[in-house]
Structures are given as structure tokens and as C-alpha cells.
Design a protein around this ligand. Structure first.
Ligand SMILES: Nc1ncnc2c1ncn2[C@@H]1O[C@H](COP(=O)(O)OP(=O)(O)OP(=O)(O)O)[C@@H](O)[C@H]1O
Ligand SMILES: [Mg+2]
Length: 350
């Protein structure tokens, strides 16, 4: 690797460690992901990405609700400061060969040429980069659903980092990182996971490692069956996600509670208050919002129903004085209880 001038290198190291920390904070319990993805980000930021291809191409496999899409959002947040800096292509919308025109635009003279703005135009791709980083993130969700014509477009992109649009213009994808997600093998993985259902917390570490290796083998076999060798050869890393363990799930819950507090602090301004959830309510949320079958997929919705909605009702009734401590608890194993402790007395003490 090249050596940089020390000033530049310091700046880069700071920049990179910021990205790593933020990524680790947002994507929980999948340490292998950062190890695979972040070195490619680092190469890009250092100007050392190879020419004539995207800056990194990753195939993300694994059970539902374990953080595949979250990975891409976490990278967008870490790189650009915004989870929305992603160009997402839902391959389920391109299952028919003619639909590829939505991606690359129709050739001149064809019906609809003027109306079809290609989704993969240079302007669209550049619009998801930012002042902080020139790296655009492209997400192809559910790649196994893509029509053969779309797979050909994709193969061209992975091969040369270039895309020819319907109007013959060339788009460069050298400054993009491409993530392909797929549920390939997910069903067999689910079967593999079933026997351990409910025992994740007490499963010996070796069992977990062996089970994760079996998931990886299932994912790779399914990918080899579905995709051509040329396609798989152009992928920098195939990453299989492990089921989330209890520790990861608790941290995901804590992260989501922190997000609510940040929301309260920024949105409610002088009306803001402090939110506190009891341990038994947290355990209840985990029980309701997570499962072997859906990972942490339902956690957000559960929090919305059991925390945000009751909280909103109390806020709208004007019952929470600013600076109060709002404690939420579980009563009789099923009812949500809200206790409001006005913050004034405590403040007077200081
Ligand atoms: N590893 C994780 N770290 C942080 N949050 C997570 C993680 N896994 C899941 N979540 C939470 O669960 C939600 C669903 O996860 P995500 O969308 O990443 O699932 P997925 O793996 O893409 O599943 P699918 O195969 O169904 O698309 C996320 O929005 C996030 O709130
Ligand atoms: Mg997903």
C-alpha cells in the first residue's frame, strides 16, 4: 500500500475510525460484516480502488430480519450522515425482461422514450453521494427475482463499472458500492435454525459457530445453483448473516430506545422529557418483537404499538410537564403503565 503524507494520513485515519465506530454502533451483532465491507470503503477513500469496476460488490444472504438491509442503511448513515443516501432497486419490480427499460431508459424512437427517465442515470447515482463522501451506495434488493435481462445489465456493471443507457449515454459506476441482497437458501436456513429455537441463550459457543458455518454453506450452495460462475466471480464478498443472539437483540432494543429519546429531545424542544423503560417492559418488547422466524423485523412495529402510541396519547393530553421523567412499565404481564415524575424538584436540588 502507498504511504501518504503524515497530515493527510491523520485526517484519513480520523475519518475512517469515525466511519467504523458509527457503523459498529448501528449494525449490531454481525462483526463479520464490517470486516468484509469497511476495507473496501477505506480503499475508496484513500483513492486506491481498482479502476474499471465498482468500488465493492457484496452479496448479502441469510435469515430474515438479521440486518442485511440495515447494513446498507448503517453504511449510508456512517458515510453520508443520512440513511436515505441509498439508491435502492427493488428487483421484484423487474421480473419481466421488458421492465429493464425502467432502469436504463428506452432507446430513442421507442414508445415512451421521452417519458422513461432511467433510474440508473448518472445524476441519480451522484445524488446519493454527499459532501462527506463521493461514494454512492446502490442496493439491489431481492436479486433472485431479477429478470435475465436485468442480470445481464448487472453483469456489465460489475464487469466494467460502466452502464450504457437506452439513449446511448454511458454511466460510470466506479464511485459506487453495490449491495445485492437475497433470500436464497433462507428457507433451508430456517429449518436449520428451528431445532435451536428457544435455546439460543444457552447453546454452547461451538454449537453456534458450527451452526453459522452450516448457514454459510447453505447460502453459498443456493447462490451457486442460482447464479452463473461469471456473476459470482465478480462479487468481492458473499456474506451470510447469523441469527441474532440475545445480547445483540438487547442492544438493538437499546439503540431503538435511544433513537426515541433523540427524537423527543429534538422534536419536542422545550417540552422534551426523559423516557425510562423498566427491565420487565424491555423483556416483554423483546418477547413480542423478535423471533427465530423474523429476527428483529417486528421490533420497530412492537415499539410503535406498545411505547409510541400510548406515549403520544399522554403527550396529547398535555399531561407531561417539560423536563419530567416518564417511566414506562408493564403491569399484570400485559398492560402498559406510564408514571410521570415531574422533574422540577430534582432540578431545584442542583
Ligand atoms: N444486526 C442488526 N443491527 C441493528 N438492527 C437490526 C439488525 N438486524 C435487524 N435489525 C432491526 O430489524 C429491522 C429489520 O432488519 P433488516 O431490514 O436489516 O432485515 P433483513 O436482514 O434485510 O431481512 P429481509 O431478508 O427480510 O429483508 C431493521 O430495520 C432494524 O431495526
Ligand atoms: Mg432486507
Amino acid at each position: 500500500m502507498a504511504t501518504f503524507g503524515s497530515g493527510n494520513q491523520n485526517r484519513r485515519n480520523n475519518f475512517d475510525s469515525g466511519i467504523t465506530m458509527e457503523f459498529d454502533r448501528l449494525l449490531i451483532g454481525q462483526p463479520g460484516v464490517a470486516r468484509h465491507v469497511l476495507p473496501f470503503v477505506q480503499m475508496f477513500e484513500a483513492g486506491l480502488s481498482p479502476e474499471g469496476r465498482p468500488a465493492g460488490v457484496f452479496l448479502l444472504l441469510g435469515p430474515t430480519g438479521t440486518g442485511k438491509t440495515r447494513t446498507v442503511e448503517a453504511l449510508a448513515e456512517a458515510l453520508h450522515g443520512n440513511v436515505r443516501n441509498i439508491l435502492r432497486i427493488d428487483c421484484g419490480e423487474y421480473q419481466m425482461d421488458h421492465e429493464v427499460a425502467k432502469l436504463v431508459g428506452a432507446p430513442p424512437g421507442y414508445l415512451g422514450h421521452r417519458e422513461t427517465q432511467p433510474l440508473l442515470s448518472q445524476a441519480r447515482i451522484n445524488s446519493v453521494a454527499s459532501d462527506r463522501s463521493a461514494l454512492s451506495i446502490l442496493l439491489f434488493d431481492e436479486i433472485e427475482k431479477a429478470a435475465p435481462s436485468m442480470m445481464r445489465v448487472l453483469l456489465g456493471i460489475l464487469d466494467r463499472g460502466l452502464l450504457r443507457l437506452g439513449d446511448n449515454n454511458l454511466v460510470s459506476l466506479e464511485r459506487t458500492m453495490i449491495f445485492l441482497t437475497s433470500n436464497l437458501g433462507a428457507e433451508s436456513m430456517q429449518k436449520e435454525l428451528k431445532p435451536t429455537m428457544g435455546f439460543a441463550a444457552i447453546a454452547p459457543v461451538n454449537d453456534t459457530v458450527a451452526s453459522n458455518q452450516r448457514l454459510e454453506a447453505i447460502g453459498l450452495t443456493a447462490a451457486k445453483k442460482k447464479f452463473s460462475p461469471e456473476f459470482l466471480n465478480r462479487i468481492d464478498s458473499t456474506i451470510t448473516y447469523a441469527p441474532l443472539d440475545d445480547k445483540a437483540i438487547s442492544r438493538i432494543l437499546e439503540l431503538q430506545i435511544e433513537n426515541i429519546q433523540t427524537h423527543i429531545d429534538t422534536r419536542l424542544g422545550s417540552e422534551a422529557f426523559e423516557l425510562d423503560l423498566t427491565g420487565r417492559l424491555k423483556r416483554f418488547l423483546i418477547e413480542k418483537g423478535t423471533s427465530v422466524q423474523y429476527g428483529a423485523r417486528e421490533l420497530k412495529r412492537t415499539i410503535q404499538r406498545l411505547i409510541l402510541q400510548p406515549l403520544a396519547a399522554v403527550i396529547n393530553d398535555g399531561k407531561i410537564p417539560s423536563g419530567a421523567l416518564v417511566e414506562m412499565d408493564l403491569k399484570n404481564g400485559e398492560r402498559i403503565l406510564i408514571r410521570i415524575h415531574p422533574g422540577d424538584e430534582e432540578e431545584e436540588d442542583t
